[in-house]
Design a protein around this ligand. Structure first.
Ligand code: ATP
Ligand code: MG
Length: 198
């Protein structure tokens, strides 16, 4: 059965933290490929300036170009509206009928999993990879309380190299005219300069 990784996010912009994590999880979990899925612009978040989905998509395309195991999907952008992971996972199951899906995210997000849209159903339909560094960062007690035995079956911790990079910090650097070199791929840095994104 094909093992596919899913890397969802706003990617505003995509950075080396996302890429290093995806590559490290791909290798340690033996995944066939990783599909990057940029979220649609949230309809309610108009006050928080987010780069258009077209720009975010272009930056992901540039960033993954050199990795034959990485792909990008526009399914959430095309679907519009809120980017519920459950809908994305269901759509991927339809597309890749015999695939096992591994949703990659930071450990902090996995600790919040119970609050996600139809969380139990979601965990029934895919695995979650919590990227951690050092020891365990997962709150197994709460996870098991909510998800029961499904927690240990479907949630996996994977040690990844820790890169203290966030899109928020990159946007702040750009806004303040500071360098983002070595935080994002060169092509992404060039694209941001060319399109005057901030
Ligand atoms: P923002 O600062 O705008 O929240 P972000 O850097 O957290 O952006 P997102 O697009 O929100 O990026 O994150 C997409 C996914 O990548 C999430 O699952 C998040 O946990 C993970 N992620 C973000 N930054 C890192 C990093 N430095 N290392 C590993 N994973 C990361
Ligand atoms: Mg984030």
């Amino acid at each position: 059965m094909a093992r596919l990784g899913i890397m969802g996010g706003t990617f505003d912009p995509i950075h080396l933290g996302h890429l290093a994590t995806a590559e490290s999880v791909r290798e340690s979990m033996n995944l066939e490929k990783i599909i990057f899925i940029p979220a649609a612009n949230p309809p309610h978040k108009t006050e928080k300036k987010i780069a258009s989905s077209n720009h975010r998509l272009k930056m992901v395309e540039f960033a993954i170009q050199s990795n034959p195991f990485f792909e990008v999907s526009t399914m959430e952008i095309d679907r519009q509206g809120l980017s519920y992971s459950l809908l994305t996972v269901e759509e991927l199951h339809e597309k890749f009928e015999r695939a096992e899906l591994f949703f990659i995210t930071g450990a902090d997000a996995v600790n919040d999993l119970a609050s996600w849209y139809h969380a139990f159903e979601l965990l029934e339909k895919c695995h979650f990879i919590a990227a951690t560094r050092g020891g365990s960062m997962l709150d197994w007690r709460s996870l098991e309380k909510f998800f029961g035995s499904l927690a240990r079956e479907k949630i996996h911790e994977v040690q990844t190299p820790a890169l203290e990079i966030s899109s928020t910090d990159i946007r702040n650097r750009i806004a303040n005219g500071r360098s983002i070199k070595y935080l994002v791929p060169d092509e992404v840095e060039k694209y941001i300069a060319r399109e005057e994104l901030c």
